[in-house]
Ligand binder design. Structure first.
Ligand SMILES: Cc1cc2nc3c(=O)[nH]c(=O)nc-3n(C[C@H](O)[C@H](O)[C@H](O)COP(=O)(O)OP(=O)(O)OC[C@H]3O[C@@H](n4cnc5c(N)ncnc54)[C@H](O)[C@@H]3O)c2cc1C
Length: 496
């Protein structure tokens, strides 16, 4: 049996686990990286945001990984890695659909919301084709000389007074005992440490109840062209709505459309399970049934071909929350600790922010008693963030029938995200993702959640609540009627 003593064992080689391994290596920690699967492999979670890319850039610079930096921006990615497929993401766009009716643009853009996240393609965000991007990262892990075992079967793990012992088997059948000082669970939703340590499942504390069906496609219609053909004033759009993470929103759910440059498009429905309960229908059948209900979306998919045939990806309830996300010598990456929904693309940014905190704690307090309190702080921050994201998403689902209310609620995401980007560029990153620790935002979110579920509260009252809450950080002028829900990316002294 092979026996290995190492500082950190990282379980799961998604982009989070691979980056954790590379960064830990850069700060002088010995690492092993294990995955039960093998690259290249499909992974969901493709749309990045400015915060995600700012953190990626910071990590590349702070820990001397110059090859990583070009991935933080669409233009630099295309220039440095022309062979790794990517998509152009200029911002977020939302279009409101009513069951059985065609989407009809109007001159006031009442059924639309576009929020730019960049000034142009040169500083735009990216859509990650995860099979290729994650595969590239793992190649860098191997090139850095970090031990990486794919198709590794972890058979047993446990932590006693004398420390961690992980037992497993390599793909060639060799038994291995790993004795790490620290274990990082980067398994996404698998819950390796949840099982090993018996961590508390707190799904019941979450308010969002959604599930998903998705696939990758060729030949999805270009929404920008369809919008123009339907008489829409696309010239008012701050960017071509096709170059975005496109949200088709309707009562009870929404659909994402994420185009990549090489002709493949990711698309998926996220459905409120209380409105769309799982009824045992095959996902491909349900997919077609959903399309039939929304004629304009059906038009967009008229020639679409699923790359996986009828084998669509799908889930039960997506929401997860683990009550403890870190201890003295272990931690869960954010997605392992909790996940809510793909709405507003929070997963990649949250993962990178969690990673940034962990690496800093390891770098500054490794082998000191302070590491424990850093891990306690990491757990507290993650819990606050998961709760805040859940509040935003749950309130959004409750508002999908009434687009004006949904637009008002998006301020909880966009005002805090754009403010965080500004503060980060100025060297003052907020201590939590989306300023989730700020009591006044949390209180307002609670009020908004109640308001959106209360038909006696009018939309102007809800709008007044959010306008007042974010008045001092609303850099993009969100909610300004003169902008007709078309928001350019705000200029700041430190950017653009
Ligand atoms: C439907 C959906 C849509 C999403 N869309 C977006 C989006 O547009 N933007 C966004 O920012 N985020 C999105 N997310 C979230 C995003 O997918 C995650 O935040 C991200 O994938 C987390 O990356 P990770 O590396 O932590 O985990 P993962 O990418 O899940 O990787 C986990 C790795 O661990 C390995 N593994 C699992 N169990 C074990 C085990 N027991 N032993 C060894 N290895 C194991 C797996 O093989 C895998 O390689 C979405 C999520 C869902 C569910």
């Amino acid at each position: 049996m092979q026996e290995i003593d190492v500082d950190i064992a990282i379980i799961g080689a998604g982009f989070g686990g691979s980056l954790a391994a590379l960064l830990a290596h850069q700060i002088g920690r010995s690492v092993v990286l294990l995955d039960r699967g093998k690259h290249p492999r499909f992974a969901i979670g493709e749309s990045t945001t400015p915060i995600a890319n700012l953190v990626l850039e910071t990590l590349a610079g702070r820990y001397n990984l110059p090859w990583l930096k070009p991935f933080a921006n669409y233009a630099s990615w295309k220039a440095a890695y022309p062979d790794i497929p990517v998509g152009l993401k200029r911002g977020f766009s939302y279009f409101h659909h009513r069951r059985g009716e065609r989407f009809r643009p109007d001159r006031e853009h009442r059924g639309e919301l576009l929020v730019a996240a960049s000034y142009g393609p040169d500083d735009a965000d990216t859509q990650w084709l995860r099979s290729e991007f994650d595969g590239f990262l793992v190649q860098q892990v191997v090139a850095a000389g970090i031990p990486y075992w794919d198709e590794f079967e972890l058979t047993k793990g446990g932590c006693s007074q004398s420390g961690w012992k992980l037992h497993g088997q390599t793909k060639s059948g060799e038994a291995v005992e790993i004795r790490p000082k620290f274990v990082l669970d980067a398994t996404g939703g698998d819950g390796f440490l949840v099982r090993t340590l018996g961590l508390p499942d707190q799904q019941s504390t979450l308010r969002t109840h959604s599930r998903t069906i998705f696939s990758h496609f060729r030949h999805i219609g270009n929404w920008d062209e369809m919008y123009r053909d339907a008489g829409g004033k696309a010239d008012d759009h701050p960017f071509r709505c096709q170059d975005s993470t496109l949200h088709h929103v309707f009562d009870g759910g929404w659909m994402w459309i994420i185009p990549f440059d090489h002709g493949v498009t990711s698309a998926g429905w996220c459905l409120d399970m209380r409105r769309f309960p799982l009824d045992g229908s095959p996902p491909a059948v349900e997919w077609r049934h959903l399309l039939q209900q929304f004629p304009s979306i059906a038009d967009q998919f008229a020639s679409a071909e699923s790359l996986w045939g009828d084998h669509f990806g799908f889930s039960g309830r997506m929401q997860r929350r683990i009550g403890q996300a870190a201890g003295r010598n272990w931690a869960l990456l954010p997605t392992a600790a909790g996940f809510i929904d793909a709405f507003h693309s929070t997963g990649i940014a949250h993962t990178l922010i969690g990673l940034e905190r962990l690496i800093r704690a390891w770098d500054e307090d490794w082998d000191t008693p302070r590491l424990w309190s850093r891990m306690e702080e990491y757990n507290t921050q993650l819990q606050v963030e998961i709760e805040f994201i859940d509040g935003i998403v749950a309130a959004s689902y409750a508002s999908f029938a009434d687009f004006d209310r949904m637009v008002a609620l998006t301020m909880f995401y966009f005002a805090t995200a754009i403010w965080s980007e500004h503060e980060r560029r100025a060297g003052r990153p907020p201590s939590t993702f989306l300023c989730a620790e700020e009591e006044r935002f949390r209180t307002a979110l609670e009020q908004a959640y109640r308001a959106v579920n209360d038909p006696t509260v009018s939309t102007p009252e809800l709008e007044a609540l959010v306008n007042l809450t974010f008045a001092d950080i609303n850099l993009a002028g969100l909610g300004d009627p003169a902008k007709k829900r078309m928001y350019a990316y705000p200029r700041s002294e430190t950017h653009g």
